[in-house]
Ligand binder design. Structure first.
Ligand SMILES: [Fe+2]
Ligand SMILES: [Fe+2]
Length: 311
């Protein structure tokens, strides 16, 4: 599931600008240094992992939907989840543009697009087999996104988070629903989403490492997580309208678990420890302060060198 783009479109961007770094951060891409694409790019191994994990539409036991437990509420819930799965095309287009010179990530996107297209496909088929039709307008409306960020790191971080949320949402769905075919679909989708979070994490790490200023990018990772986690639940944005509408599935314990997973994964990406989700803001502000101090030291050392009297 790709929730990121909705999020990015509606979240008021906090003032990271006071990180006091150059206004334009050049992100150097390493394409020129790749001598052996097969061994140097992570796409090829991620592809193998995806192929091993791949499930087929025909693996689902479509003939055994238990219609006795399919209620109008369940249909409504599956429609909400399906709608949340429809942004992949728009997201992929934006990703392809933003990362057009990234020969690694753009290849992996092909796998992601394929798998993410399969998610609403399976859910749409389940709905159809239960007599529920979705219109072309529904599909188009679901594709709407409003990306605002220009930061690659921020985009990728939001996707790491979105996939973790989606994975847990499907796990909870699989645990909760009694209709066996939907249960099976949800558990297959949960595994896909968790694997996607690892893929996006890989490319976030790579983007940070290849950037002109990795520490600055790590600050962006932390800020993105803070934006996402602020508030009691997650956030106040439409993607979690989906979550809120799934109250019966995503209770407090699940949300707590998701928040914990997010800070653990984000902490590793940024190279800091975040023991509890509530600490994200203090960790982020400390990171920012340390960054500024380090940056200042660097500048003043450079200044001193430049101004040093010649021997
Ligand atoms: Fe996904
Ligand atoms: Fe998905």
């Amino acid at each position: 599931m790709d929730l990121t783009w909705i999020e990015v479109g509606v979240i008021a961007q906090p003032a990271l600008s006071n990180l006091q770094i150059p206004s334009i951060v050049e992100e150097t891409f390493m394409t020129a240094q790749v001598k052996d694409i097969f061994n140097d790019l992570s796409y090829y191994s991620l592809f193998d992992v995806a192929e091993k994990a791949r499930w087929l539409m025909r693996d689902i036991d479509w003939e055994h939907i238990d219609k006795s437990v399919v209620t109008p509420e369940l249909i409504e819930m599956v429609k909400i989840i399906t709608f949340g799965e429809l942004t992949t095309y728009s997201a992929t287009r934006s990703f392809m543009t933003m990362f057009e010179d990234d020969i690694d990530f753009t290849q992996w996107l092909a796998v992601w697009l394929y798998e993410e297209t399969k998610h609403p496909h399976a859910l749409t088929k389940w709905l159809a087999m239960n007599g529920e039709k979705l219109s072309g307008k529904y599909l188009m409306d679901g594709r709407t996104i409003t990306p605002m960020t220009k930061s690659k790191t921020e985009m990728l971080t939001f996707n790491v988070i979105s996939e973790i949320v989606a994975g847990n949402m499907y796990l909870a769905t699989a645990d909760t629903v009694t209709e066996p075919v939907l249960k099976d679909i949800a558990s297959k989708l949960a595994k896909d989403e968790m694997r996607h979070s690892v893929g996006f994490e890989n490319y976030t790490r790579k983007t940070i490492a290849e950037s002109a200023d990795p520490d600055y990018e790590k600050g962006i990772v932390l800020r993105s997580a803070w934006v996402f986690l602020q508030g009691e639940q997650f956030i106040n944005h439409p993607v979690f309208e989906t979550v809120r509408n799934l109250d019966s599935i995503l209770g407090e314990a699940v949300i707590k678990k998701i928040r914990k997973q997010i800070v653990s994964r984000i902490g590793k990406l940024a190279g800091v420890e975040i023991a509890e989700p509530e600490q994200i803001y203090s960790v982020y502000t400390k990171f920012k302060a340390d960054y500024r101090a380090k940056h200042k030291t660097k500048i003043s050392t450079a200044d001193m060198m430049a101004n040093a009297p010649e021997a």
